[in-house]
Design a protein around this ligand. Structure first.
Ligand code: FE2
Length: 331
């Protein structure tokens, strides 16, 4: 077992190479768990887990190479052995996803030709995952990496003026249709047909909401833009402001979408500062430039897993060609 570091600006991704011969299928048999995993390799499963946890504590993100995870079931078993229970629902989420098996999701079904911008998972919600586990089951021909960016480095790269504008938080706006319209319906978002269940969930989430005359639902969530990183005790960028802004849409899609609506209020999701003012182009440009300056992207190899401390490190997805299958679990 050996590890390396990939560093850009203030972001470091640890890459842990393991040599475990974790059976020919890249899997662990039940009696191997915690007892040394393979027949021919030198690394025991327990040693890999301990080292991966140490590297996350140091860097916030680690890519583990050499486990040879072959399918979603093997991935599920591997992640489960880290000890935390898996989140089995993506309720309230705004990206297209499919459930592969219990607690394992496609990482996203967003079209391959577009990048997905860097973000902290579900930072718009009242609760968010602690850790994200990605697993590459099929590596793309080109592109398709899951770039990461350190949230403290990103925040530190912003001017005091921009930081101040995000200090009071941001308001995430959603307009979820009732069955036909742009984006996801409220039924798909909240995985229910029952309005009372939705209302209970949103009330518990301290979200404001209103049902619209056409059967849709408007949701507003005021959340911090900066949070204390529990790993370090320091402030870190923790939001999805730039990602929820219409300027994040691919140009041709933005044109079609913005033609269809009379105001941003009708978009499936958008964002304002805490006082309701739209985000400025200058602030967005500064945030995106800081993300580029502190971004590490390690190409995927089939069988890799990457573990991300969600409050420390943002993640995204590069556009790709070929077949890419990356699944995700969250704890
Ligand atoms: Fe994500």
């Amino acid at each position: 077992m050996r590890d390396e570091r990939r560093t850009t600006g203030g972001t470091t991704l640890a890459v842990l190479h393991v040599d475990g011969d974790f059976t020919a299928e890249g899997d662990f048999s039940p009696d191997q768990v915690g007892k040394g995993a393979g027949s021919g390799g030198s690394d025991s499963w327990e040693a890999v887990r301990v080292r991966a946890d140490e590297l996350i504590a140091e860097c916030g993100a680690v890519l583990v190479r050499g486990l040879g995870i072959a399918d979603a079931a093997a991935f599920h078993r591997t992640v489960s052995r880290f000890g935390d229970s898996l989140i089995d629902s993506y309720r309230g989420g705004n990206t297209p996803r499919a459930t592969v098996s219990d607690g394992v999701f496609t990482s996203t079904e967003y079209p391959a030709r577009y990048d997905i911008s860097l973000h902290n998972e579900m930072s718009y919600a009242a609760q968010w995952p602690t850790r994200l586990y990605f697993c590459c089951l099929d590596a793309p021909d080109t592109g398709g990496a899951t770039p990461v960016c350190d949230g403290e480095a990103l925040l530190g790269a912003l001017s005091p003026e921009v930081r101040a504008r995000f200090a009071d938080g941001v308001v995430y706006h959603q307009f979820l249709h009732g069955g036909f319209g742009l984006g996801k319906s409220w039924q798909a978002t909240f995985e229910t047909e029952d309005k009372a269940v939705v209302e209970e969930f949103l009330t518990a989430s301290e979200a404001e909401f209103e049902w619209t005359d056409d059967g849709g639902l408007k949701v507003r969530q005021h959340r911090p833009g900066i949070r204390k990183n529990p790993r370090t005790g320091r402030d870190a960028w923790f939001n999805q402001a730039d990602q929820w802004h219409p300027s994040n849409l691919p140009p041709e899609e933005a044109e079609t979408l913005l033609d269809l609506i009379d105001s941003y209020d009708e978009l499936p999701h958008w964002i304002t500062y805490a006082d309701g003012a739209p985000l400025t182009d200058e602030d967005l440009a500064e945030v995106r430039s800081a993300q580029r300056a502190h971004r590490v992207a390690e190409p995927w190899a089939a069988g890799d897993i990457m573990i991300v401390d969600n409050m420390s490190v943002l993640h995204g997805r590069q556009a790709f060609t070929g077949t890419r299958k990356v699944v995700v679990s969250m704890t």
